[in-house]
Design a protein around this ligand. Sequence first.
Ligand code: GCB
Length: 646
Amino acid sequence: MAEDHAPTSAPRAVTRRQAVGAFGLAATAAAIATDAAAQARSGVARGEASLLYPHESPTRATRDLSGLWRFQLDPGDRGEADRWFAEGLPRPRQIPVPCSWNDLFDDARDYFGTAWYETEFQLDPGWRGRRIHLRFGSAVYHARVWLNGEYLGEHLGGHLPFAFDVTGRAHEGGPNRLTVSVENKFELGRVPTSPDPKTARFYQGDYPQTAYDFFPYCGLHRPVWLFATPDIHVHDVTVTTALAGDAGLVDVAFAVNGNWSGPASVTLTGGPKPITVKVAVKNGAAQAQVRLPGVRTWSPQDPFLYRLNVRLGGDAPIDDYPMKVGVRTVAIRGSEILLNGKPVFLTGFGKHEDFAIHGKGLDLPVLVRDFELLKWIGANSFRTSHYPYSEEALMLADEYGFLVIAESPAVSLIFMDPPDILEARLRRLSGAVSEMIHRDKNHPCILFWSLANEPIPKPFHTVNDAPPGAVDAGTQFFKRLFAHARTLDKTRPFAICSVQNGPFEWVSQGDVICTNSYNGWYAVSGQIDEGVKTLDKELKALRDYCGDKPIFVSEFGADAVAGTHAHPPEMWSEDYQADLIEAYYRALRRHPYVVGTHPWAFADFKTAQSIMRVGSLNQKGVFTRDRRPKLAATRLRALWSAGGAG
Ligand code: GCB
């Protein structure tokens, strides 16, 4: 084994330090100490553990650790001092992984403090001599991990994977005990943001009091994998595609762990015959271009995927990493978004990862059902509001042919807080954006990135005035965030989704202008025609400020309690919701610069208890939480099947 691949006793969490360092911001306040300390403790050089999705191949094997684990709440934060990671959990109960803990146990519904998970596994004897990786799909929000009592590292921020190289630490021939602590405390410097209870004065309180409108579910939300690779293995792959006449050009850049040099190849299968390009890896890096004459491009109408194998070595591969690739281009021309050179119009929704009892735990049956319903209704797209969705969701979107607006976890960023808090959030968010783009860069389904949803100078429902300078602080924040993000992906547009247009200084920085517009509901309540007139004025103002960029109406809609009807239509009835959505849609279709409309939301979802939310649900779903269609669903189906997807 080459020395630079030898296991060491240093912690090996792959976290966002790399991006944080690249962004060059320093922690300056006690309020951000937790995150800064966590980053320091995780202390691992870039590239120690691969974050590639663990696909199997002749050289790679996986083991899903999903199932029943032991679980214990730790409200006094005693577990670490009492060495639960070494002694075992003192009074555990059983919990399924993946799942949120909140809807399982009565005493854990509104619990966001530390909780501990524990399981045991045996190593497959067939994995002897191979490199062993431990990978978490997502832990919300802050996870710390021990294996056999030894601390491995930690990860901050949910919705994105983290991994450890556990070669030599996971033992053969005996049980290996894996222990994880997870907490989702509402801290000011985190993203998403919480309002500062010392300064934000609410005229209407929610419970729990978050700045955003969905329940802050927590836990191990996605699968935990063990997987084995050869010692020398493919560490990362970046695929970009272009078109040249009727040919597709597939550029494959890949990294190999350590400084390995040697022969390799990339093979694309799916055309008339497989095409292989040989390449030499030098010091752990290589690049190849595959030309596909008569390429079959990827699109919602024909989501064709080629198979890519990156193989290290000569005739007998040392490693073989398989993945799927769609060949397509994305561009902006004036106020149009072009897919493969042709304008697209987006029909679909903002969604949530949300379902009864599972909370935000990965739920493959619900995912497949959702995609079937999206097809049924005539949607060609969705937004991963308001955080990165599971890798499985994106793989499925590639297969179904949905265009995805992939959103960061920056929902309802507040700009009334002191500069050091804003710096902490910028650092955290820049890291999350780096991780998101790193994870998702190869999905053909991703059309553009949304860096934030509804940033606001001050929290909603407060009597505070936004302090002077809040808009300027946001303008600077987004300048730096956009600049950072644009270094990470040069092939896709970037945007933020604004609320009722504002502030122009923020939303105008995007390549696509996204706006959430609630006339007829929160504004101009109860009056659909007046609401639509206000919408037209808003669009004009947006155009006047932002110029000839595409406008995407990323949210509009009304709550409807399923089964409630009214004639003439009234708020909260299915009839009002359906009429409002139809009126908005028809009005928006008159403007050639509007490139898509996403009614909010796909399905009802759980949120905080509030006088605004019947049954602790946001009921703007076009489907109920258990996916029964409301009147608006059949209305949209008729509108979209009449050519709405353009
Ligand atoms: C919005 C937010 C979304 C909310 C929605 C609502 O603008 O982006 O998260 O759920 O409004 O229904 O209030």
